[in-house]
Ligand binder design. Structure first.
Ligand code: IVH
Length: 701
């Protein structure tokens, strides 16, 4: 064989191979070779085509990005068959009406439908002649669209040639949706952000904007995909008797279909599909804005025909809109526990994503500036699934004349203390500390909340009342409340008051870790509190270690000197794993403040207590060296408490069972950890045995 002939054969083989892999990847969703191997084939083909230009072909996989940029307008394409739109249904009733109309016209019931996700992208018509893609056009006004072949050819999911030997008709117009998968969208925006480029608004706009790029190299960089959902002009008679049959044929030709497409019977079947897809909506890899029901039998479709521009045999059942326009009345401030002044959008109430939204957090003032939100603006509000509502941005064309950005806060709206922004921080904070009622309320709410001291009955409303009536100035005052005071409050009965007091009483027996966390020291979350508690074993040791740092923070310059730096690093607090200078400074300033020390003393005096232990003693404890795993529910104490008591005896509590585990404590409803312990032959203790063990050692300790 001559070299030329060999190369020609190799080029053909490579093209077929790459097409087959594209098909496996995009249509079957079952790639059979690693990406690197695919790239190798692709590069070999490109190299051979470069050295043998006579072998170039317009439908070679290498030609996806080869077309010249469009200059001026996109060429117009008149669709041989118009691209129709769909009627909409927004409620179950409308779906029942749609199906009833069809049943009446056909004179029969139990109609079968092809049920499909309604992809939120851009409708495209692909025209294949002799199996080659000749153009891709947008829908336009349904009659005339734009030629966007240069962009669409760059989409790997769009075959440039139909599968050889699949029996495709001479002329085949495929209709479907170009879309941007959510992951690709997020990744694209992440990179754009890194480069400081403009981000894409949402996957739908991203798909439409990408396809309408004039330079195909730009579209090629966008992670676009395609799903087919119907047909335009087809030569040589029908491909199948049913819509789903026809889609199956398209798949054989090499076109990708959504794997969610299904068949349903009657209105009930369609609605069940709607619910099913709706429940999985946020887990789908792409955005959908509803589902589409299409009478499956093609002959019945013909019989039903069209009304104006939409078929009578199909309808789009839409999810409630996730975006809506409304007016931004004002940007108000909310004061958080740590004094952060969070801007909140007060909106003209608007129904979006299935609920009425009238407020939305704007997170911080950088965000307000970045989005350029101004009171008076018409804004886009988005609420997707159960996600909190978000103000996407203003509609600039509708900005009222003279609309001004909201000024940055200079004072706390609640206590009037000056507001300050610390260097390197997004938040502007009230400097009022516990003087600020809003911060006090938040501190009480936090202290009582489930994850912290778990004091049932003290929620938002009560915290608000207690502070507003001057009954509670700080968290220690909670332990001074009496039955008469509580029962005298608005909407509070004797019983609930007694319950709250009992809860407060119960909360007094706590752990050092929990108490530390409950103090609400900035940047001291659960894990930092745990690390501190474990390391020091006692509150006074933590207070002392924190106060020792005051001289360093009083003179930050000094920390630049090697000797001081070394001394700082050797400080007991800095030696705790996971405690860096920022948290250390927070601890230092908290425990150097007389007011906080008084609050702590008051709580201890009221009876709040926890087991303390010198870490040196712990290492010599009776359970030193033992690794324990707790699982299931214990009846008489929480797992946290049990863990703390075991640790106090020197044991180490671990989250997973292994051969090194000394024993497992299994409460009721213990699951996989118990099974694992049994499998590995690790001893298992029940609650009674645990209590006996604790009693035996705690007394002696
Ligand atoms: S069928 C004659 N099926 O929705 C029927 N359309 O509102 C024509 N769309 O322009 C359309 N997913 O862009 C159909 N599975 C699907 C669809 C779908 C998304 C879009 C399409 C069309 C619009 C109509």
């Amino acid at each position: 064989m001559s070299e030329r002939a060999w190369v020609a054969e190799r080029v053909n083989w490579l093209r077929e191979e790459i097409r087959a892999h594209d098909y496996r990847y995009h249509v079957l969703d079952a790639p059979s070779i690693p990406d690197a191997e695919y790239d190798r084939l692709f590069h070999e083909l490109r190299r051979l085509e470069e050295t043998h230009p006579e072998l170039c072909a317009p439908d070679s996989p290498t030609r996806r990005v080869g077309a010249a940029p469009i200059v001026g307008d996109f060429p117009a394409i008149v669709h041989r068959l118009p691209m129709l739109s769909l009627g909409n249904a927004f409620s179950r009733e409308e779906v029942f009406e749609f199906v009833a109309r069809i049943e009446e016209m056909l004179g029969r019931g139990d109609i079968e439908f092809s049920v499909e996700p309604k992809l939120d992208g851009l409708a495209i018509s692909l025209r294949y002649e002799q199996g080659r893609l000749v153009y891709a056009a947008t829908r336009g006004d349904g009659v005339t669209g734009e030629d966007v072949s240069h962009s669409v050819r760059t989409i790997k999911a769009v075959p440039l040639a139909l599968a050889a030997g699949s029996g495709f008709p001479e002329v085949l117009e495929v209709r479907g949706e170009v879309y941007m998968p959510r992951a690709g969208f997020l990744e694209f925006n992440r990179r754009a952000r890194e480069r400081g480029d403009k981000e894409l608004v949402n996957p739908r706009n991203a798909a439409a904007g990408s396809v309408r790029q004039k330079d195909p190299r730009l579209a090629a960089q966008r992670p676009l995909a395609f799903y087919a959902y119907g047909l335009g002009e087809v030569s040589g008679g029908t491909l199948a008797d049913t819509h789903t049959g026809l889609l199956a044929r398209l798949r054989e030709f090499g076109l990708p279909l959504s794997p969610e497409i299904d068949i349903a019977t009657g209105a009930e079947g369609c609605l069940a599909y709607f619910e099913r897809i709706g429940a999985r909506r946020s887990a789908l890899p792409y955005d959908i804005d509803g589902v589409v029901y299409k009478v499956n039998r093609i002959d019945w479709q013909r019989e039903l025909g069209f009304v104006s521009r939409a078929p009578r045999w199909a309808i789009a059942h839409k999810f409630p809109a996730e975006e809506a326009l409304t007016t931004l009345h004002a940007i108000e401030l909310q004061v958080g526990r740590t004094g952060a002044l969070t801007p909140v959008a007060r909106l003209e109430p608007v129904f979006v994503g299935g609920t009425t939204v009238s407020n939305a957090t704007l997170h911080n003032f950088d965000e307000v500036a970045r989005k350029d939100l101004r009171p008076g603006d018409t804004v886009i509000v988005r609420r997707a699934g159960d996600v909190i509502p978000e103000v996407v941005g203003p509609v600039l064309e509708r900005r009222p004349e003279g609309a001004q950005p909201a000024p940055l806060p200079e004072r706390c709206p609640d206590c009037g203390s000056p507001a300050r922004r610390e260097e390197g921080e997004a938040a502007i904070r009230c400097t009022g500390g516990l003087v600020c009622p809003a911060q006090r309320k938040e501190a009480i709410r936090f202290f009582a909340s489930r994850r912290v001291m778990n004091i049932e009955g003290i929620g938002d409303r009560l915290a608000e009342q207690l502070v507003d009536l001057g009954l509670v100035a700080d968290i220690s005052d909670l332990y001074r409340l009496d039955l008469a005071t509580l029962a005298g409050l608005d909407r509070m009965g004797e019983r609930s008051a007694a319950n709250i007091l009992a809860e407060l009483e119960r909360s007094k027996a706590t752990t050092l870790e929990r108490f530390l966390y409950a103090l609400g020291i900035r940047d001291v979350g659960e894990s930092t509190a745990k690390a501190l508690g474990r390391h020091f074993g006692g509150l006074d040791r933590i207070i002392e270690a924190s106060q020792r740092l005051a001289p360093y923070f009083a003179d930050p310059e000094a920390l630049n000197q090697p000797a001081t730096k070394k001394a700082f690093a050797a400080e007991p607090l800095i030696a705790v794993p996971d405690i860096g200078p920022v948290v250390a400074e927070r601890l230092c300033s908290f425990f150097s403040d007389e007011r906080n020390l008084r609050i702590i003393a008051a709580m201890r005096a009221a009876g709040v207590h926890w087991p303390e232990q010198d870490p040196a003693q712990r290492a010599a404890g009776p359970l030193a060296g033992q690794i324990v795993v707790l699982t299931g529910t214990l009846a008489s104490l929480t797992r946290d408490e049990a863990g703390a008591r075991l640790e106090a005896l020197g044991a180490k509590v671990s989250g997973s069972v292994s051969k090194k585990t000394s024993f497992v404590v299994a409460g009721s409803e213990a699951g996989s950890k118990l099974a694992k312990a049994q499998e590995l032959g690790v001893p298992v203790l029940d609650e009674a045995a645990l209590l006996a063990l604790l009693a035996q050692h705690e007394g002696a300790n």
